[in-house]
Write a protein that binds this ligand. Structure first.
Ligand SMILES: [Zn+2]
Length: 137
């Protein structure tokens, strides 16, 4: 993921990144950073840039969830790993530490993908919640 000119490795998939804020009930907020109606990043093929060493990399580009086009404030929200609601209430404390890890193409080589991820959209409303219909036997 690229935000505020830095590439990070998230600890889970983009839509699973969880808010770090502690709620009034003293548990971690279960909302996701990528909330409904929030601006989305764009999967982009970007150059793999090694920050150290001269090792040849097996690929030139990698798929990055790019947030660079988002407003600064929104990128800050992502980096502080807060859901939209808690970003609006700065007084709420954080229960967990944002778990971004600066991306290193050599150490994190297994996360370098040269193709954009295929969109896995769920089928229309109502279809996803039911078990697949079985054929009569
Ligand atoms: Zn939250």
């Amino acid at each position: 993921m690229q935000l505020l000119y830095v590439r990070y490795l998230a600890s889970c998939s983009v839509d699973e990144i969880q808010c770090v804020t502690q709620t009034r009930r003293r548990i971690r907020c279960t909302a996701k950073v990528l909330g409904h109606g929030t601006l989305r990043g764009v999967w982009t093929l970007m150059p793999v840039t090694a920050q150290s060493g001269q090792l040849a990399l097996p690929s030139d580009v990698m798929a990055v969830y790019n947030l660079s086009a988002l407003p600064y404030q929104e990128q800050m929200r992502w980096r502080s790993q807060r859901c939209p609601q808690h970003d609006a209430t700065p007084t709420a404390g954080d229960l967990a530490v944002a778990d971004w890890e600066p991306f290193d193409p050599l150490r994190h080589h297994e996360h370098v993908h040269t193709r954009l991820p295929a969109h896995r959209r769920r089928s229309g409303p109502g279809l996803g919640n039911h078990a697949p219909r079985r054929a009569h036997s």
